[in-house]
Design a protein around this ligand. Sequence first.
Ligand code: SF4
Ligand SMILES: [Zn+2]
Length: 150
Amino acid sequence: METEAPPPQSAGAAKRAARLQTPRLKREQTTMVAMLRLYCADHHGDGNTDAEGLCNVCAELLAYSRKRLAACPFGPEKPTCVNCQVHCYGPQQREETRVVMRYAGPRMLLRHPILAIAHVIDGKRPAPPKPRGVNAAGAAKAAPPAEKAL
Ligand code: SF4
Ligand SMILES: [Zn+2]
């Protein structure tokens, strides 16, 4: 039986996917998963989780953050999102992420000290200026907030 070939990936999508494989952005994803897992286990822990240990709500936030990371105009040179001058997150996801980080941040030092220290070092680097032509509001509009609460 013949298997159908996947649809061809656009050049932009391929570039975004490749970015997520760079060491810095891979580490950002690992940090986000670790923080969400800490938060999720203590707030939504009904045992119904996906392969990354997350409930549906947290998995949605992770998927959103990966999309934003893949499209980040700074690529592997990105500042920490909290220091960024673009702020591409929609208001709801930004607030949800802030809540997760406030809870998980102090716990990361004990549970994932290397990731936590790397994140602190990233946060010390000065944020690059906002690139010309990048519109945070447009980015937020492209990915509307989900209708749910963390
Ligand atoms: S908030 Fe800034 S650093 Fe974070 S993904 Fe968006 S553009 Fe990149
Ligand atoms: Zn959860």
